[in-house]
Design a binder for this molecule. Structure first.
Ligand code: CP
Length: 304
């Protein structure tokens, strides 16, 4: 994993993914260490973020590293017309690794091809969000005790939701059953169904899930991604399709956990927050330990 960029979750083997999850457990027990003391990490966010940017910053601060970067394009020379290539080549001169979120699909791959230091994809358009996937896997393993043979419900914007795309590819290593629940206009793209078919993974598509909710081990809710729509009328038609409410969780499995990459708009009612099956805020916290593990392994550093 040393010096290896993380652009797509498929860049890492099952063994490498499990090594990250193992090291994340070490960081959860001891998150404050000085192992990044002489490292400078660049954080380039061309799109808004709360959790990804701040959990990376928290992870770096807790490991005594330093951060350079920007959280909006307007404060960088991109606003003067500088290309992504020139930006990355310049920032690579100032840092040991680069974390980048960008609205264009494929931008992280391109950055990794022109950079002299490893790139971590913090989300590229509707494509992938692999560090979110690693914290999702960590959260699933922590709450279920295993990643194997789980019944996973993916609900909401399965077309534009990049976290869903990365997560289903990673879970495909562990013989899941997927239930995809979406508005017809926001179905999981064909390419992901082909991927699941070629790997012999079972999946079912639905427009409602109240009648099958008792089968779920994990319900992964997602926000309808307004920023990816070219036609806002389409967004208006689809935005309120699914709202998970506490009363819907009555006849669900004891081990069920509700996950959401966040931010939420209204797809999980706040009355779910106090249910012990709600796990989305703990999930966001797991992002610190998982991102500590990703950076440490990428830089060839061993935690205590
Ligand atoms: N889950 C996630 O990517 O959240 P942010 O957009 O706040 O980083």
């Amino acid at each position: 994993m040393k010096n290896k960029s993380l652009v797509s979750i498929n860049d890492y083997s099952t063994e490498e993914i499990e090594e990250i999850l193992r090291v994340a457990e070490i960081f959860e027990k001891n998150p404050n260490q000085r192992i990044l003391e002489n490292k400078v990490i660049a954080s380039l966010f061309f799109e808004p973020s709360t959790r990804t940017r701040l959990s990376f910053e928290s992870a770096i601060n807790r490991l005594s590293g330093r951060i350079v970067g920007f959280s909006e394009v307007g404060s960088s020379s991109v606003s003067k017309g500088e290309t992504l290539k020139d930006t990355i080549k310049t920032v690579a001169n100032y840092s040991d690794l680069i974390i980048m979120r960008h609205p264009l699909e494929g931008s992280a791959k391109y950055a990794s091809e022109v950079s002299d230091v490893p790139i971590i994809n913090a989300g590229d358009g509707a494509n992938q969000h692999p560090t979110q996937t690693l914290l999702d896997l960590y959260s699933i393993k922590k709450t279920q005790g295993t990643l194997e043979n789980l019944n996973i419900f993916l609900v909401g914007d399965l077309k534009y939701g990049r976290t869903v795309h990365s997560l289903l590819m990673a879970l495909a290593h562990y013989n899941p059953t997927f239930n995809f629940i979406s508005h017809p206009k926001l179905r999981i793209p064909e390419e992901y169904k082909l991927f699941l078919d070629s790997n012999g993974i079972k999946y079912f598509e639905h427009e409602t899930f109240t009648d099958i909710i008792s089968q779920a081990d994990i319900i992964y809710m997602t926000r309808v991604q307004k920023e990816r729509f070219t036609d806002l009328m389409e967004y208006e038609k689809t935005k309120n399709t699914y709202v998970l409410k506490n009363k819907m969780l009555k006849n669900t499995k004891d081990n069920l956990k509700i996950l959401h990459p966040l931010p939420r708009v209204n797809e999980i009612d706040t009355d779910v927050d106090s249910n012990e099956k709600a796990y989305y805020f703990e999930q966001a916290k797991n992002g610190v330990y998982t991102r500590q593990a990703i950076m440490a392994l990428m830089l060839g550093l061993i935690p205590n």
